[in-house]
Each structure stands twice: as C-alpha cells, then as structure tokens.
Design a protein around this ligand. Structure first.
Ligand SMILES: [Zn+2]
Length: 295
C-alpha cells in the first residue's frame, strides 16, 4: 500500500480551505489538493516510503505493480473554489487523437462535499449560433446553469461545456490526460489587466451542444459507474480491513476523519493506493472514497 499526501496547486480562484485537506501552505491561494496525481508538475507525495518520493517517480519505476498498462490513468483532486472557475470543454477519444495526438480524452465527475453557486452544465443554444453570440459578447445566452446541493454527483462527459462555481468544495475524479480547453472566463482580468488565454477554436471543435452534465444524489455504498472509472464511498469505524479484490489498483481517498495504518496517520485529503488483491488492516473513523480506473 502507498500513502499519498496531496500536492497543493495554486489557482487564482482558490482559497486556504485545503490546508484542512492535507495541503502544506504555499504562497498564494490553493485551488486543488492533488491527492492522487502522477503528473510531475503536481504529483502527490508517497509519505509511506523513506525517503518520500512522488507518485510520478514511483509509477515510472514500478508501473508493473498497478495492474494497468500505459500512462497513469486517473487524477483525483479536492477542489475548493472561492470564485467561479472558467468554462471548459474536454475532448473525447477521437478529438484528443485528432487535435493533440493523444490516445484518449478526458471524462470527469464531481461529488459535492459542499455545494456552491449553480454550476455550468451544458449549453442552451444551437451550435451554429455560438460564433454569433460570442461576436456580440452574449455569453450568458450560450451556457446553461444547474443548481447543486451538498452530496450531489455530477458526471461530465467529454464534449460537455462545464464549470464549477464559487463556494464549492468538490471531490473531482478525471482521466489524467492533460487536455482542457478554456471556453470563457467571464471576461476576468488579473492585477495586470490581462485576461487568461482562451482556446476557443479547439473548445468549439470538441463542444457537443447535445450534452449536459448529469446530476444524481451521491449515496454511501452505491457504485457510480462512468465510462473510464467507477467510484463508491463507505464509512469505517474502529479496527477494520480495506481490501482490493480487483486486478487493477484502487485509489482510496479520505473525505472525512482519518485512520492509522502501520503507525502512519492517513489524514483527511490523503489517499492510499492498494495494489491488485492487496489487503490492509487499519483503524480509525473516516469516510473513504474508492476509485478504480476502467480500461
Ligand atoms: Zn473539466
């Protein structure tokens, strides 16, 4: 088993709430706690090894232990949004190949630990109208909003216009391919008066106006199947065992509480990786989210 401490990722729309989810403080605001991440830019740290190394390094050396072939498939973060995030689109497999030469696109899901303002969850116009609405700066007529409550699950298929809104605290799971096209940023500027770069032509190439994010309640013990991963949560109390019966690794993230394994404290916001068929005795009181990648 590997115990992962999250890497803090600075974002202009972040805050300091993720200090409570295992992040060390950094200069600036923290938008994401990268709790299972093998991207060298923001890799989680394996604190159960001496000396600790990043998951990115470990996976490079020991990919054979994970029951997976190819690049590390998942990225799991806790997102804390003080402000609205920009509107984005991710490509599907076909578009990722065509636009970036990548093997796969990006599917994404959110579990709202705390709901904020209504999210952006699709479009409300026809695709042909979009260039004209953009030219006339009528962005609000393009995107559709969806109200969210605590413990909602939202599934975002590739090609869906989407954004998390201010006040949200979210468990986010996605395919690890680094393909995000920014569609709109509410015309915001930084302290120098510069807007963040948009990727409009690629975003429009991927955008499917037939798609909307799908919302359902997130309940403990129920399995939520996406195309390329599945998640479920459970509550533990006292001495117990966590087990991975599958042929592929499991990512288990602490959403509430903490537990102890082998003298190591696994705090809220931390994750563990259980290798295929591995079992571990733990004790504590926690809510645990388990995720598996699907080929
Ligand atoms: Zn996204």
């Amino acid at each position: 088993m590997l115990v992962l401490k999250p890497a803090p990722l600075a974002k202009i729309w972040g805050d300091k709430a993720l200090l409570d989810y295992g992040c060390d403080d950094i200069d600036g605001m923290i938008g994401e706690a990268c709790t299972v991440c093998a991207d060298p830019k923001c890799s989680s740290l394996i604190v159960s090894l001496t000396p600790p190394i990043t998951l990115a390094e470990y996976y490079r050396m020991h990919a054979d232990q994970f029951g997976w072939t190819g690049p590390f498939p998942l990225t799991i973060t806790i997102v804390s949004a003080r402000e609205d995030l920009s509107l984005q689109v991710h490509p599907d497999r076909e578009k990722a190949k065509e636009l970036e030469g990548l093997e796969d696109g990006k599917e994404e899901s959110w579990v709202f630990l705390r709901a904020g303002a209504p999210i952006v969850a699709g479009t409300k116009c026809r695709k042909e109208e979009i260039p004209m609405l953009i030219a006339e700066n009528r962005w609000e007529e393009i995107y559709a909003r969806m109200a969210i409550e605590d413990h909602d699950y939202v599934h975002v298929r590739p090609g869906t216009l989407h954004a998390i809104s201010a006040g949200s605290l979210v468990y986010e799971i996605m395919q690890s391919n680094d393909v995000t096209y920014r569609f709109y940023d509410y015309d915001r500027t930084d302290s120098q008066g510069n807007k963040r770069q948009l990727h409009l032509s690629k975003a429009l190439a991927c955008l499917n106006t037939e798609l909307a994010a799908e919302k359902t309640r997130f309940e403990e013990g129920r399995v939520y199947e996406a195309e390329r991963y599945r998640i479920s949560s459970r509550r533990i109390e006292g001495k117990t065992e966590i087990e991975n019966p599958e042929e592929v690794f499991a990512c288990i993230t602490v959403l509430e509480g903490s537990f102890l394994w082998n003298g190591i404290s696994v705090f809220k916001g931390y994750s563990v990786i259980l290798f295929p068929k591995e079992k571990a005795g733990i004790s504590g009181r926690a809510v645990l989210m388990t995720a598996y990648a699907k080929p």
